[in-house]
Write a protein that binds this ligand. Structure first.
Ligand SMILES: Cc1cc2nc3c(=O)[nH]c(=O)nc-3n(C[C@H](O)[C@H](O)[C@H](O)COP(=O)(O)OP(=O)(O)OC[C@H]3O[C@@H](n4cnc5c(N)ncnc54)[C@H](O)[C@@H]3O)c2cc1C
Length: 364
């Protein structure tokens, strides 16, 4: 006889839940949490293909940031002023929501401030000239005073952003998952979904569950489940072994946000460089691209001038979800099925905000 589910399993464990969320990253986990706050009696299950959240939320760099000026200027060319400032607002509000929901201490939040450093005088001048304009806009729109200022760091011209900071992404996600457990939300790990229909979620192992509502929060893996314009982009990061007298303390950006680095105590975390091999990195498969690895190592040696004999301790990749204009997609895609994806490189900042907005849309 084939293995059957027992009476108890059928009646208690596998009966149609009110909500299944596919994806246990920051967006899926927050969606489940905020939904459960509104409907405490509803049965909510999160399912994830990994034994940890296996996308970007536990594999990122831990910057809590609203963006550097060169990044905003590049975005203005693509999306225009209204969209760019709406995005900055969402990042700022999202960070406040994150801090309120999780708590600064438990995720080691540090308001370090952030520096954008420049190697080319021309780019620096172009960005520095815009400081008064950005500061005025941020004051008028969000009440944030004097966010950007001119500075110098380790001999490089720099723009300081006083509202940037850093968190420990591992602690953030573990705390979030403890909250899920406390709220009575079940999580099924190692449960890869192959197909979603209205009222049915089909797993790789042949199992099927029949929720009343489904949220697909798989970000960079979306195209495997839904044909929507969210494209995968792989990001690469490494953390060095401890470096005595590390000069780079705080959070830093370079080159429109493509390169980012920060200290993690006495180690340096350095990541990005996707622009060096953009097409090759348009993948949802984990792995390291030697071209990017070499570029970042060269950056650490020549630009950051790390002391000789510094070593990489650990390196990894994570998968982001990108949309054409960097705006996330959160919408109903068929009766009873919603999608939240396309968080780009700013999911720590906007992840909870997007989840909150989605839960409100689910009520409509
Ligand atoms: C290297 C790197 C550095 C970054 N640095 C920062 C930063 O410093 N600051 C910042 O704000 N943002 C950063 N980001 C972006 C941020 O991490 C993401 O935007 C955010 O984590 C996205 O969250 P998410 O929940 O939408 O997706 P994810 O965290 O990717 O979660 C999606 C989940 O869905 C699961 N899943 C996928 N397919 C299936 C399936 N078929 N069945 C079941 N489960 C499935 C995955 O296992 C995964 O756990 C970085 C990203 C990367 C990759």
């Amino acid at each position: 006889m084939e293995k059957q589910h027992s009476f108890w399993e059928r009646e208690e464990w596998l009966k149609p839940p009110d909500l299944v969320v596919i994806g246990g990253g920051i967006v899926g986990a927050s969606t489940a949490l905020f939904y459960k706050e509104i409907y405490p009696d509803h049965d909510v299950i999160i399912v994830d293909k990994g034994i940890t959240p296996e996308g970007a939320s536990t594999r990122n760099a831990g910057f809590s940031c609203i963006g550097s000026i060169s990044e905003h200027l590049a975005d203005l060319k693509i999306s225009g002023e209204e969209t760019v400032f709406k995005r900055i607002g969402r990042r700022w509000n999202g960070l406040q929501l994150l801090r309120k929901t999780i708590g600064d201490d438990v995720m080691d939040y540090q308001n370090t401030g952030g520096y954008e450093i420049f190697k080319e005088e021309k780019t620096y001048k172009r960005c520095a000239e815009k400081i008064p304009w950005f500061n005025q806009k941020l004051k008028d729109k969000f009440g944030l005073k004097d966010v950007y200022s001119m500075d110098v760091y380790e001999g490089y011209p720099a723009i300081f952003n006083r509202v940037e900071g850093a968190i420990n992404s591992g602690k953030l996600m573990r705390t979030l998952h403890v909250r899920l457990a406390k709220a009575g939300i079940r999580i099924w790990w190692n449960s890869k979904v192959l197909r979603v229909e209205t009222g049915a979620v089909h797993f790789e192992n042949g199992f099927q569950i029949n929720p009343k509502k489904t949220v697909i929060a798989v970000n960079g893996f979306l195209q495997r489940l839904e044909n929507l314009p969210v494209h995968p982009a792989r990001g690469f990061v490494f953390v060095t072994k401890p470096i005595s007298d590390l000069k780079w303390i705080g959070t830093f950006h370079y080159d429109e946000g493509y390169v980012y680095f920060r200290n993690v105590n006495d180690r340096l975390l350095l990541g990005g460089g996707r622009n060096v091999a953009k097409e090759e990195e348009a993948t949802d498969l984990f792995g390291a691209n030697q071209k990017i690895r070499d570029y970042l190592i060269g950056f650490a040696d020549k630009t950051l001038k790390l002391p000789e004999k510094w070593e990489i301790d650990i390196e990894w990749s994570g998968i982001m979800g990108m949309t054409e204009n960097k705006e996330p997609i959160h919408q109903k895609v068929k009766p009873g099925v919603w999608v939240a994806a396309g968080l780009s490189g700013m999911g720590i900042a906007i992840g909870m905000q997007v989840a909150k907005e989605l839960v409100l849309k689910m009520e409509e």
